[in-house]
Design a protein around this ligand. Structure first.
Ligand code: ASP
Length: 326
């Protein structure tokens, strides 16, 4: 009897080893946590990707928005989730900027996640409410000079891409603005459209359609070079507008909690690689100024190396700005 019991326990243990769990993966819906509000640029990337991953994984993919604290709340949720491949995180450059901004970050960026591969790179644009009296960057500069101390700049919280870009913009202009944090740049855009805030720096994936429709004023792109996307190609760079060396573009990557079985990671990575070859996905991303990842950073190890290099790149500039959150 004792022997039988031992054999049964051993059999159950074998059935639940990571390798066996991975064989059937995914057997139930996979949740991708987006650490920002629904309808914003990170959310749009996740939903676009989720549509194709659904096909590749042959399983339901649920997008869960956990906005707040510049993306750190959503990232913390995934860091603490069960490492079984059913809770993933889609995050952007905030993975690399939050370590310099938060005194008590609720997770360790490099230790608490498995890096599953990067998704895309996205430029940003400097936009303003439609009623601003400036129609180009030179006029905006004059308006900023004339209205120092009264300008509102929207962002998605400390550590968000919009926060980094806005911080660098204020530094380059030598002007302090009042920052207004939201749970994502979707609600920030709503307020910009309503004229409650003046300016915002945000991904082209959120701004292109509003720029095309003339609902916001676009002053510049944040990349070193002008963009080729038809709707944005006429916009000058901030560098050529006088803010020498200004160059920010952001990226998205996919993560799982640390300890997710390697075989599960490999399955997700294979699905990601296949998804990013989808012609419709590529077309949709390009129309909004984004470039789907095709280089070595599609692999987990290179993805992690790149995030480490981004932490090194942005940390000093953020620390120099003296902005911290507890
Ligand atoms: N674009 C936002 C940011 O500033 C995030 C979002 O809402 O997707 O980081």
């Amino acid at each position: 009897m004792k022997h039988l019991l031992c054999a049964a326990v051993a059999a159950i243990a074998t059935l639940t080893t990571p390798a066996v769990q991975a064989q059937g993966y995914p057997e139930k819906p996979v949740t991708i946590v987006v650490p920002f509000a629904a309808g914003g640029p990170t959310d749009k990337v996740a939903r676009d990707l989720g549509d194709v991953l659904r096909r590749e994984l042959k399983q339901t993919v649920i997008i869960e928005n956990v906005g707040g604290a510049g993306g750190t709340l959503g990232a913390a949720k995934v860091a603490k989730a069960n490492p079984d491949g059913y809770t993933l995180l889609l995050h952007h450059i905030g993975m690399a900027t939050s370590p310099a901004l938060y005194r008590k970050l609720p997770f360790k960026t490099l230790d608490d996640f498995e890096y599953l591969g990067m998704v895309n790179e996205v430029p940003m644009t400097l936009i303003g409410k439609a009623t601003l009296p400036a129609n180009n960057f030179a006029e905006l500069r004059k308006w900023i000079e004339a209205n120092k101390g009264q300008i509102n700049l929207a962002n998605a919280g400390l550590g968000a891409a919009s926060h980094l870009c806005g911080l660098l913009f204020q530094q380059a202009m030598g002007v302090d603005m009042t920052t207004v944090p939201y749970k994502g740049t979707a609600p920030a855009m709503t307020d910009l459209l309503g004229g409650q805030v003046d300016l915002m720096c945000d991904q082209t994936t959120n701004t292109t359609q509003q720029i095309e429709a003339g609902k916001v004023k676009a002053f510049a792109v944040t990349t070193a070079k002008r963009l080729t996307t038809p709707a944005l190609s006429k916009l000058p760079t901030l560098d050529e507008s006088g803010l020498k060396g200004f160059n920010v573009s952001i990226w998205h990557g996919l993560y799982a909690p640390k300890g997710t079985p390697k075989a599960v990671q490999d399955k997700i990575n294979a699905a990601l690689r296949a998804a990013l070859k989808d012609p419709e996905l590529i077309k949709r991303q390009e129309a909004l100024g984004a470039v789907v990842m095709t280089d070595a950073r599609l692999g987990g190890a290179e993805h992690k190396k790149f995030v480490e290099s981004e932490i090194t790149k942005w940390g000093p500039a953020i620390k120099a700005a003296g902005v911290y959150a507890d």
